[in-house]
Design a protein around this ligand. Structure first.
Ligand SMILES: Cc1cc2nc3c(=O)[nH]c(=O)nc-3n(C[C@H](O)[C@H](O)[C@H](O)COP(=O)(O)OP(=O)(O)OC[C@H]3O[C@@H](n4cnc5c(N)ncnc54)[C@H](O)[C@@H]3O)c2cc1C
Length: 388
């Protein structure tokens, strides 16, 4: 990917952050002829804390952008298992999901955005907005740029121009590791995504590309006191809390020298403060759904697309935000209730029992914690037509 910028420093849209939300917004706007510049502070592919489970509501959007997910190595996920500390249950997913590392996926999206005509500036940090100047001027490590509109897609990183996010539960630390499981454990995982609940947190295992598996989990910050956070100690700690997990992790080979981590994820956050004119917040800067739903990436894609559509239509940031908030509110509330349940291992064992007896409850939770493709954000089919 080259870093060539045209001489002009005036842009229709400047995007801060080259994750899913920023990438899809850049692609959509550039395809429609807007002059777009995207800044990503990392200079190359990088790992992010994420379960890397792409829900059935999310991957059709990626395909629509022209990404061939199977050829990138995406693995099919058709079923899921829920393991309380003492009980396990299994069910079919309502539709096929995919597993693919963010290192590969985010890069592929940025490539598509660049092919569509967006200027992608890698290794450039946006420090903030230049105060006291008319319009939107941004100070970057590469100089100052002016844009008509700003899309804020900085994910977990707060940005001085908008209010800090406050979630309803920010006391968890997220950990991610890629693993090579022993053959019998890989076979047992098969095309499942397994969720595990243990004292002080929960997590999941999902197959990704090249025969690898993603292990991603959350632990209460208070439980980390006195605990070493290297692979050996943490794997032992979470395995002790859930015997099903210990079977998988036995002899597993970690692929990174240390865990990728994130702290203070503001679960349950939805941005409500009135946005300034021309500033559109997307992805995790707009809303943070509890991770157990595996729908954060879809929300990032949807809000990235919706922000691009709003800018193209001349819709204000206030109207964009109102529409997104009303679409996501119930989904995030329901997911938050489930998140509370998952944090109580004993209740979770009962939930596994209940789900086996009444599988239709599961359908309700699937449908109400997912960002539905044909609902909300205005005329969704019209939105999709902007992409491909
Ligand atoms: C523990 C955990 C597990 C999860 N599991 C799943 C899952 O299985 N499935 C799922 O769908 N979702 C999952 N999610 C949620 C998902 O990872 C996020 O919702 C998604 O990554 C949000 O995308 P984004 O584009 O908003 O931000 P990001 O993908 O985080 O991208 C933000 C980008 O902005 C860049 N950036 C930040 N600040 C600046 C700056 N000032 N200048 C330039 N660049 C900047 C960063 O380097 C980064 O690349 C999980 C989240 C957590 C915490």
């Amino acid at each position: 990917m080259t870093n060539k910028t045209p001489a002009r420093q005036d842009w229709d849209v400047a995007i801060v952050g080259g994750g899913l939300a920023g990438g899809v917004a850049a692609y959509t706007l550039a395809r429609q002829g807007a002059r777009v510049i995207l800044f990503e502070k990392e200079s190359g592919p990088h790992h992010k804390v994420c379960g890397e489970f792409i829900s059935s509501e999310g991957h059709p959007l990626l395909t629509k952008m022209g990404l061939d997910l199977p050829s990138l190595g995406a693995t099919s996920i058709k079923r899921f298992r829920l393991h309380g500390p003492h009980r396990s249950g299994e069910a079919e997913l309502p539709a096929e999901a995919l597993g693919l590392s963010r290192e590969v996926l985010d890069e592929a999206i940025l490539d598509r955005a660049q092919q569509a005509g967006a200027v992608i500036k890698r290794g450039v940090l946006v420090r903030g907005r230049v105060k006291g100047t008319p319009g939107l001027h941004l100070e970057t490590t590469d100089g100052i740029v002016r844009a008509e509109n700003l899309i804020l897609a900085t994910g977990k990183y707060e940005f001085q121009t908008v209010n800090k996010r406050a979630g309803r539960d920010s006391g968890l630390v997220g950990f991610k590791m890629h693993l090579r499981l022993k053959p019998s454990a890989l076979k047992a995982l098969g095309n499942h995504c397994d969720l595990f609940v243990f004292d002080g947190g929960y997590g999941g295992l999902a197959p990704i590309e090249n025969g690898l598996v993603n292990l991603c989990f959350l632990l209460e910050r208070s439980r980390l006191k006195g605990l070493k956070t290297d692979w050996g100690h943490l794997a032992l700690h979470i395995s002790r809390g859930n015997s099903a997990l210990s079977h998988y992790l036995d002899e597993a080979e970690p692929q990174f020298s240390q865990f990728v981590t994130v702290a203070r994820v503001p679960y349950g956050f939805i941005r409500r403060a009135r946005p300034e004119s021309g500033i559109y917040c997307v992805g995790d800067q707009m809303a943070v759904i509890p991770s157990l739903t595996g729908d954060g990436m879809t929300i990032a894609l949807r809000t990235g697309l919706a922000s691009a559509s709003s800018i193209l239509k001349g819709q204000s940031a206030v109207d964009y935000q109102r529409q997104v908030t009303s679409t996501l509110r119930t989904q995030i509330e329901t997911a938050y209730l489930l998140h509370r349940l998952f944090k109580n291992p004993r209740l979770c064992d009962w939930a596994v029992f209940g789900l086996q007896k009444f599988p239709s409850v599961l359908d309700f939770f699937f449908s109400s914690t997912r960002c539905r493709v044909n609902a909300g954000f205005g005329a969704q089919k019209k939105l999709d037509s902007l992409m491909g």
